[in-house]
Design a protein around this ligand. Structure first.
Ligand code: NOJ
Length: 535
C-alpha cells in the first residue's frame, strides 16, 4: 500500500471570515481565498508550501457561533459565496496540489435547520426524535445536570411543546440524536455529498460528543473541583464526552470515508492520551485517520501549557507511548478557539522568540502539523473593544474574537484584507505578510524554510521518534529512518545551551538563519529560546 498523502502533509487552517474579503463587505469569503492561494503554495519556495487547507465552517448558518451552527449541511453561506465558488475553490486548490478539508459539525445543527424546526413543531413530528427532547423531572428540575461547554445548563425549555431540548453549546445549537439511525444516515450522506464534489476530507467538530450515555444519566461531580481551587470543570463529563458508544459510531463514519479514495478524517477530540488514541481504532476496525492532540495548547484544560522543555517532552512521550502502531500524532499550536501562541507565551516579552522555536519543533516532530492562519506572521490576540465583540461564547471573558481577527497582508489601513471596516478590528500593523516577506529573518521566512525542508527531507516526514538526554531546559529528540538520523533541539531556557550530539551533522534548520549550514561534530549550541535541527 502506498503511503497516505496526509502523513506527509502540512495543513493550514483558514478561518474564512478573516482571510480575504473580495467583495468589500468586511467579511472574508471563498473568492478571497482563491485570490490568496499563491501565497499558500505556488509550487515554489517563495510561497508557504502548505499541502492542505482546512476551512472552518462555510455552510449556510445564522452565524450565532460563526458557522458552527449549521442550517444546511450541503450548501455555502451567501456571506462566503455559492456552491459554484466552492467548486472553483476546490478546483483551484487541486490545480496547485493543495487538498481541501471542510469542517463537519455532526454533534449539533442550528436551531434554524429545517430538521430542528420540524422537530420542535410537535411532540409527534417524525423528526421529533432527531434531537433530544425531555420533560422536566417530576420535581420540576432540568432533565439532567449536564452543563453547556460555554457555561449554563445544557437544556432549554421550548414553549411550543413544553419540553426541554439538549444543547451542549449555545441554545441555538441543538444536539442531534445519533442513536436515531435516520440521523446517522442523513449525516453520512452529507459526507458523501461533499466527497462527490471533490472534498479530500473533514475536520470533525466535537467528535467525542456525538453519542451520549443512553439514559442521559447525570455526570458525577469532579472531586478535584473546589470553589477556590484550580480552574477545572465542576463535573466529570463521562456521560457526554468520549462515552464508549462513540467509538463504534466513529468506525461507521470511517467506513463512509473508505467508500472514496484517499480521504482523511481529523477529529476534534479532548481527553486523556488513551482516550485520544482510541479514536484511531485498529487495523481491523479503523477509526479516525488523525485525532488532534491539543496538549501544546492546553495539557490540562483550560490552563495554557507553559513553554517549558519537560512539559513538551512529556506531552510527546505520552502521545508516542499511547498511540496504536501505525497511528500518527497530529499537533497544533493554535486555533480559532484559543489565544494565539505568542499571546499565550509572552508574559516576559519573549513570546515572539518562543514562536520561532515552536514552529521548528512542530514541523520537526513526527506528526501531521496544523498551522493556524496568521501564526506564521506572528499575529497576536487583538484587544477587541467591548462594543465590537462578536463571539457570544464568553467562557473566556472576551470570548474568542481576539484570535479571529483579519489576516494582515500589508501595512495599508485595510491591511490588504478589506476596503471597508472589517468585522473584527486589525492587530498591530508591523505583523503583515508584505513586510515579513521582505525580511530574511522573519518568522514567515523561518516557517517557509521549515515547511520546504520537511518536504525535501524524508526522515522528517517518515522517521520514527525517540527522545534523547538533554540539559535542563532543553527538549531534544531524534527522528530516524534507516541510516539517517536528524537531531532536534528545542531550548526553552533564556540562556544558550550546548547539547551533546550522538552523531555529527550540519545545522539544516535554525531559529537563527545565519546558523544554518554550521558543521557540528560532537555538540550543537542553541541560543536562548532557540531551536535547531541537525542532520
Ligand atoms: C468546537 C469549535 O472549534 C468551536 O469553535 C465551536 O464553537 C464548538 N466546537 C461548537 O461547535
Amino acid at each position: 500500500m502506498s503511503r497516505e498523502w496526509w502523513r506527509d502533509a502540512v495543513v493550514y487552517q483558514i478561518y474564512p471570515r478573516s482571510f480575504q474579503d473580495s467583495n468589500g463587505d468586511g467579511i472574508g469569503d471563498l473568492e478571497g481565498i482563491i485570490q490568496r492561494l499563491d501565497y499558500l503554495n505556488d509550487g515554489t519556495e517563495q510561497s508557504l508550501g502548505i499541502d492542505a487547507l482546512w476551512f472552518s465552517p462555510t455552510f449556510p448558518s445564522p452565524m450565532t457561533d460563526f458557522g458552527y451552527d449549521v442550517s444546511d449541511y450541503c450548501g455555502v453561506d451567501p456571506a462566503f459565496g455559492t456552491l459554484e465558488t466552492m467548486d472553483r475553490l476546490i478546483a483551484e486548490c487541486h490545480k496547485r496540489g493543495i487538498k481541501v478539508l471542510l469542517d463537519w459539525v455532526p454533534n449539533h445543527s442550528s436551531d434554524q435547520h429545517p430538521w430542528f424546526i420540524e422537530s420542535r413543531s410537535s411532540r409527534d413530528n417524525p423528526k421529533r426524535d432527531w434531537y433530544y427532547w425531555r420533560p422536566a423531572k417530576p420535581d420540576g428540575s432540568l432533565p439532567n445536570n449536564w452543563r453547556g461547554s460555554f457555561g449554563g445548563p445544557a437544556w432549554t425549555l421550548d414553549e411550543t411543546t413544553g419540553e426541554y431540548y439538549l444543547h451542549s453549546f449555545l441554545r441555538e445549537q441543538p444536539d442531534l440524536n445519533w442513536r436515531n439511525p435516520e440521523v446517522e444516515r442523513a449525516m453520512h450522506d452529507v459526507l458523501r455529498f461533499w466527497f462527490e464534489r471533490g472534498i479530500d476530507g473533514f475536520r470533525i467538530d466535537v467528535m467525542g460528543g456525538i453519542v451520549k450515555e443512553p439514559n442521559l444519566a447525570d455526570n458525577p461531580p469532579n472531586p478535584d473541583w473546589t470553589p477556590d481551587g484550580p480552574r477545572v470543570s465542576r463535573q466529570l463529563w463521562v456521560n457526554n464526552r468520549n462515552y464508549p458508544d462513540v467509538y463504534p459510531a466513529v468506525k461507521r463514519i470511517r467506513k463512509v470515508f473508505d467508500e472514496y479514495e484517499a480521504r482523511v478524517a481529523v477529529g476534534e477530540v479532548f481527553g486523556t492520551s488513551q482516550e485520544v488514541a482510541d479514536y484511531y481504532g485498529s487495523d481491523e476496525e479503523p477509526g479516525l485517520h488523525l485525532a488532534f492532540n491539543f496538549q501544546f495548547i492546553h495539557e490540562h484544560e483550560p490552563v495554557h501549557t507553559p513553554w517549558e522543555a519537560e512539559t513538551l517532552r512529556r506531552i510527546v512521550h505520552n502521545a508516542e507511548a499511547t498511540l496504536p502502531p501505525g497511528a500518527q500524532p497530529c499537533y497544533a499550536l493554535a486555533n480559532h478557539d484559543r489565544s494565539r501562541f505568542i499571546s499565550r507565551n509572552n508574559e516576559d516579552g519573549h513570546g515572539a522568540a518562543r514562536a520561532r522555536a515552536a514552529t521548528v519543533m512542530l514541523l520537526a516532530l513526527r506528526n501531521t502539523p496544523f498551522l493556524y492562519y496568521g501564526e506564521e506572521i506572528g499575529m497576536e490576540d487583538v484587544d477587541v473593544p467591548e462594543e465590537r465583540l462578536q463571539d457570544p461564547a464568553r467562557f473566556r471573558t472576551t470570548g474568542r474574537d481576539p484570535e479571529r481577527t483579519p489576516m494582515q497582508w500589508d501595512q495599508s489601513p485595510g491591511r490588504g484584507f478589506s476596503t471597508v471596516e472589517p468585522w473584527l478590528p486589525y492587530g498591530r500593523v508591523d505583523r503583515n505578510v508584505q513586510d515579513a516577506s521582505a525580511q530574511s529573518d522573519s518568522l514567515l521566512a523561518l516557517t517557509r524554510r521549515a515547511i520546504w525542508l520537511r518536504k525535501s527531507t524524508p526522515v522528517l516526514c517518515e522517521g520514527a521518534y525517540r527522545e534523547i538526554d538533554a540539559p535542563a531546559g532543553v527538549f531534544a529528540f531524534e527522528r530516524f529512518a534507516g541510516p539517517e538520523t536528524a537531531t532536534v533541539v528545542v531550548n526553552t531556557s533564556g540562556a544558550a545551551v550546548v547539547v551533546p550530539l550522538r552523531r555529527p551533522g550540519s545545522v539544516i534548520l535554525s531559529t537563527i538563519a545565519a546558523e544554518e549550514g554550521t558543521r557540528c561534530e560532537s555538540s550543537v549550541t542553541v541560543g536562548p529560546f532557540g531551536a535547531a535541527v541537525v542532520l
